[in-house]
Write a new protein. Sequence first.
Length: 130
Amino acid sequence: MDMTSEKNVLLNLGVILKTVLTAFLITVILMGLLAVIICYTPISEEAITPSVYVLNYFSVFMAGLLSAARAKKRGFVTGGLSGALYMLLVYALGYILFGGIEFTKAVLMNVIYCIALGVAGGIVGINLRR
């Protein structure tokens, strides 16, 4: 690998990391809004868990979209890496904050969904640039 390729890989990793952190910020803001809605409306408890998943999936899609738009090429790869890194950080935080996570089929499916949504966001993001 020549110096230019190495530099491009490092720049893309920096872009991916920044967009994943942006996705976390989006998630925190949306979760705060969801908390306000839950406190001040008669929303049923059954709607909370699906709402949390939707907000996470939206954030992952946006991470893929933003990372691909900033990287300017390989949108599906950049988006997929964004989705994977987002989920890795979510589960790492869960492990640190809650003392562990259990690896189940549901966790695996959630990771797959997030990678797929990151890829979809990356495809949309790269095409928005053109």
